[in-house]
Ligand binder design. Sequence first.
Ligand SMILES: Cc1cc2nc3c(=O)[nH]c(=O)nc-3n(C[C@H](O)[C@H](O)[C@H](O)COP(=O)(O)OP(=O)(O)OC[C@H]3O[C@@H](n4cnc5c(N)ncnc54)[C@H](O)[C@@H]3O)c2cc1C
Length: 391
Amino acid sequence: MKYDLVVVGGRIGGSISSLFASQNDVDVLMIEKRQEIGVPVQCAEGVPHYAFEALDMEPSKKYVCTEVGKATVHAPNGKSVNAEELVDVETLDKSISTGYILDRKVFDKHLAIESARAGTDIMVKTTVKDLIRKDGKICGVVAKHLGKTMEIKADMVIAADGIESNIAKIAGFNTNNNPTEICSCAQYELVGLNIDPDRVHLYFGREIAPGGYSWIFPKGKDIANVGLGIRGAPETAYHYLKKFTSKLNATPVELNLGGVPLSGPIDKTYTDGLLVVGDAARQVDPVTGGGIFTTAPCARIAGEVAAEAIKEEDTSANFLKKYDDMWRDKLGDLLKTSIKIRKVADKITDDEMNALVEFLEVTDPEKISKLSFIKFLAKHPRLLRLVKDLL
Ligand SMILES: Cc1cc2nc3c(=O)[nH]c(=O)nc-3n(C[C@H](O)[C@H](O)[C@H](O)COP(=O)(O)OP(=O)(O)OC[C@H]3O[C@@H](n4cnc5c(N)ncnc54)[C@H](O)[C@@H]3O)c2cc1C
């Protein structure tokens, strides 16, 4: 078997790379180890509008459960503030002020279907076990389907195989994740809630989600993804999830577990004959843990650059560096700033978070000024130092 391009992994990173490569007239095979694309869900399914802009796509009712425009931040002591009251939402662009809670089982499969319609061949329940090399260059994969091992030759390969990314590892990348930079997540899809379908909730505190946060992402009036991510905690994410949801009096219809890499991207995302995309490249926002809006533009660039390289008959690292340059141009600064913010946020204590939320809650949004914030910081010298670190 021979293809121009083999893409390993069939979710966001894989389907988008395949879609844009196929649209650029190369023969693509996408390989997914699960028997069905999009399952199990390992996601809270929240995404800002601009993720779709990066794909020149309008979000569709097929996979959008709710459109959300409001957010409440809950401090460890139970006080809360509505984020939309702090800014003049009217002046914000829709791409920032609007988000969606998706049904990723439908969304991921939709992307794969679009990719197939553009010409991508797809193999499911097929695991890529190894890479084929010739003269040091990657030129195919060894895959296993229902007990049968096969060699699939290709001009090049895209590794979109998620957080563990054995394929990037086999290609020689250091993808070892520092355990302190992995957010361990647990989430229920809960039914029987009484919630505003337009509002997401974020909860902070060492007792609630040490090293991370808990979320309620509504998928309807009585149904939501309720989950959390933690780091460096004495108990498992599931333990904190059980504790957090015990007071909600709602019924789980799904449990999702998974890890999110928060260290920022790997140093290099290309080599001779191979690109790395998505969680495999740690193209994830280190503050929120969101990986859809970051992976989408990177995967598009990967698909387009791969098609160009194949047509130019130059899949050398030298040519493929273009992908690395292009995605870092688009997202590099955002991810770097986000790492800085996360490192500062890691140092904020529960008491400081309580004080910050209280300040935002009691101050009339019209009157929140640089001066009032400086006065607030003057009362919290440790926070002031952290803000200075950030600047
Ligand atoms: C609990 C949780 C909540 C999250 N919430 C959000 C959120 O609300 N918003 C957001 O933007 N992001 C969120 N994320 C992050 C987001 O889900 C990921 O960043 C995103 O799914 C990454 O996509 P990907 O295609 O790179 O990798 P993945 O989604 O991990 O897909 C990799 C695919 O590769 C396949 N695969 C792996 N190895 C092989 C192999 N050897 N052969 C063939 N196939 C293989 C896997 O089966 C899988 O289908 C969350 C993550 C978790 C864990």
